[in-house]
Design a protein around this ligand. Sequence first.
Ligand code: PRP
Ligand code: ZN
Length: 286
Amino acid sequence: MENTLRLAVQKSGRLSEGSMKLIKSCGISVSNGIGKLKAKAANFPVEFFFLRDDDIPGYVADGIADIGIVGENVIVEKQKPVDTAHRLGFSKCRLSIAIEKAAQYNGPQDLQGMRIATSYPNLLGKFLDENDIKAEVHEISGSVEIAPSIGLAKAVCDIVSSGSTLFTNGLKEVETIFNSEAVLIANKALSEGKKKVLEQLLFRIKSLQQAKNNKYILLNAPEKNIDAIIEQLPGMRSPTVLPLAQKGWVSVHSVINENDFWAKIEDLKAAGAEGILVVPIEKMIL
Ligand code: PRP
Ligand code: ZN
């Protein structure tokens, strides 16, 4: 179909699981058989290309793929002309400089004259320039963290997520130069038809993100205090208030931002709220 969006996702690695989880949560079903590099969704006009993450910005910029899910670190490093359609909030990680655990470090000036191995020469170069450091940037495309132990470089600049890769290679993080998360990118010249499909996909993604930040709250309260309770729980339009079998008592149902919950709990209890339940919301459409 002409308006089918070609979506590039990472074939395997830190992003791939989160990307496919997001797609499935959007109600899109796809069976990506092992080793398959292309797959069509059964119930949404999208076709998946499973690629190396480093190649995704280029494919989307060139229009080989229409959209892609990739780390912001890769987007900024590759400097390809693409639109960032949405931040996705998963695969959070940082690009950091690390040196051998036993080495001294007092600040960026200690990197002066060092040889630093990285797959991120642009981001590292920018950091070095900004800090007036002259160092030798040695670009390699993978297994960066073994560089110090094989004598290739004194320092590395690489992605850190849990920190376990640095730890197992006897390295310590000394500078964080970029914070990253997964983003949805799009080709700059999508057809009107494809833009519409992208809007539908973004609508689903945003509904999930909204739902994640909010909780459904149910509580019982004396009817006479209902105004004080409602003030704390304005909900989407307004809360639902249902009578309990016991006279003078009501059940209040509403939606609350997760971050507000603990701040409001004292006031709710002071207004006589009891039997408070807070439950997750799967999708939320405003
Ligand atoms: C990064 C980095 C490390 C690992 C760090 O690779 O190169 O190998 O993640 O994660 P940790 O702190 O949790 O141990 P990435 O996922 O970007 O893979 P790629 O370089 O193969 O694309
Ligand atoms: Zn990669």
